[in-house]
Design a protein around this ligand. Structure first.
Ligand code: DC
Length: 218
């Protein structure tokens, strides 16, 4: 059994940046579970499913085999054997992942994969239901959040740096919509586990958050 650190929280709270740093500091494997849901979403989009056709998703997901690998320590996602890591961050894929991750069949299919990884390795796993559902016995649980304004501003600056045109208000609205979907779905909604440490990173630097998390890892 590995040592398991679960980091949950809403989109844009800085989970992946922080989880990666914590993993590096401890020599653990970082598992980005959102990438698994995004991998499934790529399959649905490539097979012509839109976010309005959720009834099709439950039946289709059996044909989408998503697996993880590591290249020079960087997580890679494979869809039916093909490395699709380059497609995961597209806006459309994020939206589809937020919708399709509410479907019970999708979640069931990815559950074993996540638990298997955590059984074999010391992991820092980030997502929405890791501490509540995937790894309820994780040794350390963190609920990492930040205000909608802070998260929208961070995303706005990130896109601007990449030269991608964007509107702050639209980003904030998308974040609110995604929070609503992730927190109000029936299956495994995003919520703080009873035994999770709550961290609001709105006024904290990345290194401060990493240091705070490390304090809670024995
Ligand atoms: O963290 P992310 O933005 O890459 O995740 C994409 C979507 O996947 C997100 O809207 C919610 C879903 N997700 C989930 O339901 N459970 C997880 N453990 C991780 C992500």
């Amino acid at each position: 059994m590995g040592y398991n650190i679960a980091i949950d929280g809403p989109a844009g709270a800085g989970k992946s940046t922080i989880a990666k740093k914590v993993a590096k500091e401890l020599g653990y494997i970082y598992v980005d579970t959102g990438a698994l849901y995004r991998g499934m979403a790529v399959y649905f989009l490539e097979n012509g499913v839109s976010t309005e056709q959720i009834d099709k998703i439950g039946l289709m997901c059996k044909d989408a085999v998503v697996t993880l690998g590591y290249e020079e320590g960087v997580q890679q996602v494979y869809l039916n054997g093909e490395n699709i890591s380059g497609k995961l961050r597209e806006e459309e894929v994020g939206k589809m992942a937020s919708v399709s991750s509410a479907i019970k069949e999708v979640r069931m299919q990815l559950l074993e994969l996540q638990r298997d990884l955590a059984l074999k390795e010391n992991v820092v796993m980030d997502g929405r239901d890791i501490g509540t559902n995937v790894l309820p016995n994780a040794e350390t649980k963190i609920y990492l959040t930040a205000s909608v304004e802070t998260r929208a501003k961070r995303r706005f600056l990130e896109l601007q740096e990449k030269g991608i045109p964007c509107v702050l208000e639209k980003i904030a609205k998308d974040i609110e919509d995604r929070d609503y979907r992730d927190m109000n779905r029936e299956v495994a909604p995003l919520k703080q586990a009873k035994d999770a440490v709550y961290i609001d990173s709105s006024e904290m630097s990345i290194d401060e958050v990493v240091a705070e998390i490390l304090k809670h890892c024995k």
